[in-house]
Ligand binder design. Structure first.
Ligand code: ARG
Length: 462
């Protein structure tokens, strides 16, 4: 063995790796983020090795104390990371050896980096599921605050981004609260499924040592050990589930961000972003740009990209571990970091923005938004089949359009020229307030229903 051969497997190597080999092979540049999880996994493993009599209590104690020292060095920023030691697992073990000597060499009994990295990464992704849940709850609370403030404010509801029917601001805000609620349940589902321990699968086949996998699983907060050792070291669908939940969540954020961009424009003026969440222009003094919303809108790109990248890495990989799988971490780290940033920005932006009740109301009354109310009135009051009512209303809309006015501005005589049964009380349903108030069906936009939904969510979100 030369000086340059790896100390972990140098036995059969005469020379160290080429510099480029080291560069492509090393993951320490990014997997140092798994240090805490790696040390937690090693502590659980060492305690179990002692409890089962595989190593002595005194060796386990040396290892435990040594690992705590390593952890404090890493946390204190004094740990000497080395690319020659490839990854976090070997960096920690090598340093442990320097600190405690021979006992360190016993830590890797009945274990492999394959089950080790699977444990570390699962623990890390599990934490991210919890972080996503908390961050999503904060966005939901900000939206709920907006919903409460304007539960009955009238705004246009859109289809095809054309004014469709009046809705309430509270209802629109709650639509996102619902979406984010489903996002939370997706992360919770993924968390539940991923919460089984790969530790003890060893390289791929299990081990001949009398290990206790239940014990290490419990020590690490897992619900139990994974049932198949081959699957345990080669599965990355836990990370893919996180990325797909993150992608759907980022897609939701992107839609809301898009609305905020549109709504804060001079043409809409539905909302005003606070100074804290706006930027100016270096040349156009009048500008207030919603940069945070635009960036949140764009984050879906990299998050969805990470999902596709890891799917592509994993597809076609034979069982069990292949070094390809080392490419899982950077994608997930980047996606998680950006998701958390987007969620935090969205929570702040939504909490601080001010909806413009007057602009919302004025826009709600444009675009013949109560045409459906008129058609419904013809059905209800005159007994017209809906298709005929639709036709009559269409003629009235065309008449108003020709006259350059809105539906409520037509005279009764004009209306009667299209259908002679129309009465004065039709005007009651043409106002936007009456329109939203009438939509009391479950899940509908009427302020009564919206306030009920707000109360439900308040109870739920605390
Ligand atoms: N750095 C590796 C990874 O991230 C750890 C596992 C290495 N296992 C191996 N058999 N080379 O995947």
């Amino acid at each position: 063995m030369t000086d340059h051969a790896n100390t972990m497997w140098g036995g059969r190597f005469a020379a160290g790796p080429d510099a480029i080999m080291e560069a492509i092979n090393a993951s320490i540049g990014f997997d140092r983020r798994l240090a805490q999880q790696d040390i937690a996994g090693s502590r659980a493993h060492a305690a179990m090795l002692a409890a089962t009599g595989i190593i002595t209590d005194s060796d386990a104690e040396e290892i435990r104390k040594g690992l705590l020292t390593v952890l404090s060095e890493i946390e204190g920023g004094t740990f000497p990371f080395s690319a020659a030691l490839e990854d976090i697992h070997m960096n920690v073990e090598a340093r442990l050896k320097e600190i405690v000597g021979e006992a360190a060499g016993r830590l890797h009994t009945a274990r492999s980096r394959n089950d080790q990295v699977a444990v570390d990464f699962r623990l890390w992704v599990r934490d991210q599921c919890d972080a996503a849940d908390a961050a999503l709850a904060a966005v939901q609370k900000a939206l709920l605050g907006q919903a409460e403030a304007g539960a009955d404010w009238v705004m246009p509801g859109f289809t095809h981004l054309q004014v469709a029917q009046p809705v309430t601001w509270g209802h629109h805000m709650l639509a996102y609260v619902e979406m984010l609620g489903r996002d939370r349940s997706r992360f919770a589902d993924a968390r539940k499924r991923m919460n089984l321990s790969p530790l003890g699968a060893a390289a791929l086949a299990g081990t001949s040592f009398p290990i206790d996998r239940e014990m290490t699983a419990a020590a690490l907060g897992f619900d139990g050990p994974m049932a198949n050792s081959l699957d345990a070291v080669s599965d990355r669908d836990f990370a893919l589930e996180f990325l797909s939940a993150a992608s759907i969540c980022a897609m939701h954020l992107s839609r809301l961000a898009e609305e905020l961009v549109i709504w804060s424009s001079a043409q809409f003026r539905f909302v005003k972003m606070s100074d804290k969440w706006s930027t100016g222009s270096s040349i156009m003094p009048q500008k207030r740009n919603p940069d945070a919303a635009e960036l949140i809108r764009a984050k879906i790109g990299r998050i969805f990209g990470a999902n596709v990248a890891l799917m592509t890495v994993m597809k076609g990989l034979p069982l069990t571990y292949s070094k390809d799988m080392q490419e899982d971490k950077e994608q997930v780290f980047d996606a998680a970091d950006n998701l958390m940033l987007a969620l935090a920005a969205m929570a702040g932006m939504v909490a601080d923005m001010t909806a413009n009740r007057e602009s919302l109301r004025a826009a709600a009354a444009t675009g013949f938004s109560t045409a459906t109310d008129l058609a419904d009135w013809l059905v209800r009051e005159l007994g017209l089949p809906f298709r005929e009512a639709h036709h009559v209303t269409g003629s009235l809309v065309a008449m108003a359009e020709d006259a350059g006015c809105d539906l409520p501005d037509l005279t009764l005589a004009q209306m009667q020229s299209v259908h002679d049964g129309i009465r004065q009380d039709v005007f009651d349903v043409l106002g936007v307030e009456n329109s939203v108030a009438s939509r009391t069906s479950f899940g509908g936009t009427s302020p009564v229903r919206v306030r009920e939904a707000i109360a439900q969510w308040q109870k739920h979100l605390g």
